[in-house]
Design a protein around this ligand. Structure first.
Ligand code: ZN
Length: 316
């Protein structure tokens, strides 16, 4: 992901208009004003930060997962295997795209859990690591943390699911090779958003929730301004109910991340991201460095974010 500079604003005209149009909306009960109405009864309480951390550590132990490398192929196969072991139908969607460095193979991992309603909720983490950082760059927080939590959420939701269809989407190619643009970065999310739109399934998508860099022990989750306003309000309400509202804030600006292609395709999407990954406020020294290692992650942070996501899904 990247903080947006002006040259990326052309991506955002429509989403920003939606944000401005929707700022007055209030989440009031189970209905069209509610982002997700899963009718699941009590909020599942058994999401485990420790399990999520363990899942993350196993993904990170696979090694670098740079797009187009054997490491990424191995990671994609591993994720399919984990989802299937949880009893969730899963597959690799392998495809080729032009990149600034030539044609490259990318692999999205898609898990689907059927629901009882005609609606779909998409939960996303990218699993690729950024190339060109260091030979020992393993991306513990970026992208191991969200990948581990998404696997843990899949485990919990497999046992509790009764609402909309759920898609667990692990994207490849989130990281750009050189500079974010129409042919660099967000490759997997553009692919999947395009597929859902082309098939007409996007009309059934009630919510897209993206997780990115949410394992830092010093957790401050921000919601970029280019997120669906109703979903953003739902996240803040869920954090309030969990007693962790202080760990969530509205970001200063927009962020270019995997939720943007879904917004552009007309689906409500939100990004939960902690883009302060260092020694304190404003310090991002571990991001995209060889210091992004497992010792920086916290089971408590993963569990906290997991509980908030489940509460959003179980809203009102
Ligand atoms: Zn990154």
């Amino acid at each position: 992901m990247t903080r947006l500079t002006s040259r990326f604003l052309f991506f955002l005209i429509r989403p920003l208009a939606l944000v401005l149009a929707g700022l007055g909306l209030v989440v009031t009960g189970c209905g069209k004003d509610t982002p997700v109405c899963a009718d699941w009864g009590p909020v599942p309480a058994d999401v485990s930060g420790a399990r999520a951390l363990d899942e993350a550590s196993r993904v990170v132990a696979l090694g670098p997962r740079d797009s187009g490398t054997p490491g990424a192929e191995k990671a994609a196969a591993y994720l399919v295997g984990r989802l299937q072991a949880l009893g969730i139908e899963a597959r690799v969607d392998a495809f080729q795209e032009e990149t600034p460095d030539g044609t490259q193979t990318f692999r999205n991992v898609i898990g689907r859990l059927p629901g009882r309603s005609a609606e779909t909720v998409v939960l996303i983490s990218h699993y690729d690591t950024k190339s060109g950082i260091a030979t020992n760059f393993v991306g513990a927080n970026d992208s191991g943390s969200s990948t581990g939590l998404l696997l843990e959420l899949a485990r919990v939701l497999k046992g509790r699911h009764g609402g909309p269809e759920l898609e667990f989407l692990f994207t490849d190619g989130e990281e750009c090779r050189r500079e974010y643009g129409p042919r660099d970065g967000l490759v997997g999310s553009r692919r999947r958003a395009g597929q859902l739109k082309a098939s007409g399934e996007s009309a059934r998508v009630r919510a897209v929730i993206l997780l990115d860099m949410i394992g830092d022990r010093d957790l401050k989750v921000t919601l970029p301004r280019n997120g669906d306003p109703r979903l953003s309000l739902a996240v803040f309400a869920a954090a309030e109910q969990e007693g962790v509202r202080a760990s969530f804030a509205l970001a200063d600006g927009a962020v270019l991340d995997d939720h943007v292609p879904f917004l552009d395709a007309g689906m409500p999407a939100v990004d939960l991201i902690d883009f302060q990954y260092g020694e304190g406020p404003g310090d991002n020294r571990y991001w995209h460095t060889a210091e992004d290692t497992m010792d920086k992650l916290s089971a408590d942070s993963l569990g906290l974010v997991g509980r908030v996501v489940l509460r959003v899904l179980a809203a009102p």
